[in-house]
Unconditional design. Structure first.
Length: 127
């Protein structure tokens, strides 16, 4: 995506000659390295940004941007089934727990707090 006139003026005032930014994340693009999808006008800063837009699924993008490597630890997936993301269950669980901790995972409990839940909480706090 082309820079707006205001962004272009800001970049020029700092002495850079950059005319485009990534269509996925908005980072300024280096003039020598561009990632594209054939037949589309979009330009991306990295293979990860391109794959995320192309596949529209985070796990699929990881799978295609790092073929043959575990998405968590980076170890080889030699001898594993095609399409595998993680080398073992430990990496799979650590990856999902890390996403939950950063707020990218599942939301809060789906059921509302009941009176029995409140009684248990009161017993624990001593009320």
């Amino acid at each position: 995506m082309k820079l707006t006139t205001l962004e272009l003026a800001c970049v020029r005032s700092r002495g850079f000659y950059v005319t485009e930014k990534c269509d996925a994340c908005g980072k300024l693009l280096n003039q020598t390295v561009h990632y594209t999808i054939a037949g589309t006008p979009e330009v991306f800063c990295s293979a990860a940004c391109r794959d995320l837009l192309f596949f529209r699924d985070h796990k699929e993008a990881i799978k295609h941007s790092t073929p043959g490597k575990c998405a968590f630890c980076g170890s080889s997936l030699q001898g594993r089934k095609r399409g595998t993301l993680f080398c073992d269950d430990v990496c799979r669980m650590r990856y999902s727990r890390g996403r939950d901790r950063t707020g990218m995972g599942r939301g809060k409990k789906s059921r509302p707090t009941t009176q029995s839940d409140q009684r248990v909480a009161n017993l624990k706090t001593g009320r």
